[in-house]
Design a protein around this ligand. Structure first.
Ligand code: DC
Length: 238
């Protein structure tokens, strides 16, 4: 199916709703490229941290974005490999320190401009699942399929708490839920590309679903999108 190769799929939603895993599995099922835009912002934060750039220094961040090379590669062992200037930084971008720094860097307009440009370049030919906070609103408002994947803050907090517990990190459940609520607030209230449900997005509440069920719903939506495209005769040449 050639046209199946061509869709641009935008998946947005708050942190902890299961976007990353669902997007990766969906991309694998479709043979698409999975573009984890959060990993791109994390890479900028890591590069800024290493270069000793203060997140308040917008000019230095803009120059940094001009000179760094961020690539997303398929890891033969599964998943996605994030490359910063030729170095595999997939792990280094997930430390608590970089997680704290990333929202500050991601709020800088010049950084967003640079990342949005890169994301559009990577996605323009289709065959991509882009995942983030502003894909269906800013990066590809005309995406073939837009999804808003969410779950209640309590459920997302509970999952995060379980995840930490499994790693042997004992934290307070209520505190974890409060942190999720606070992250949502920052994501939704920021001036640059706030997290909102994109117009025309399909809503999926992952609260009561496991990841396989979410992927199944996403595949149903892909089929529906392809059928609609065929019915309206709007299929682009494959
Ligand atoms: O999804 P994540 O936790 O890896 O995202 C890391 C940070 O980047 C988080 O603070 C939200 C931000 N982000 C963003 O501002 N825009 C995106 N398109 C994706 C992530």
């Amino acid at each position: 199916m050639t046209d199946r190769k061509k869709l641009i799929i935008a998946i947005d939603g708050p942190s902890g709703a299961g976007k990353s895993t669902a997007s990766r599995l969906l991309a694998e099922r479709l043979g698409y490229l999975n573009i984890d835009t959060g990993a791109m912002y994390r890479s900028v934060a890591l590069a800024a941290h290493r270069a000793g750039i203060d997140p308040e220094n917008h000019t230095a961040l803009e120059e940094l974005c001009d000179r760094i090379d961020i690539r997303l590669e398929v890891d033969p062992r599964g998943g996605l490999r994030v490359m910063l200037d030729g170095e595999d930084v997939s792990m280094a971008i997930r430390t608590p320190e970089i997680s704290r720094l990333t929202p500050l860097v991601a709020a800088v307009p010049a950084v967003r401009r640079a990342m949005v440009t890169l994301q559009r370049r990577l996605g323009r030919d289709g065959g991509v699942v882009l995942e983030g906070r502003d894909i269906g609103t800013v990066v590809f408002p005309d995406a073939d399929l837009k999804v808003f994947l969410h779950a209640s803050a309590r459920e997302r907090g509970r999952r995060r708490w379980l995840e930490l517990k499994e790693k042997g990190v004992e934290v307070d459940l209520e505190q974890t839920v409060r942190e999720v609520v606070e992250r949502d607030r920052v994501d939704m209230e920021r001036e640059e590309a706030p997290l909102v449900r994109p117009d025309g997005a399909v809503d999926i509440d992952s609260g009561m679903l496991d990841v396989d069920q979410v992927v199944r719903l996403l595949l149903d939506e892909v089929d529906r999108t392809l059928r609609k495209r065929r019915d309206t005769g709007a299929a682009r040449k494959g």
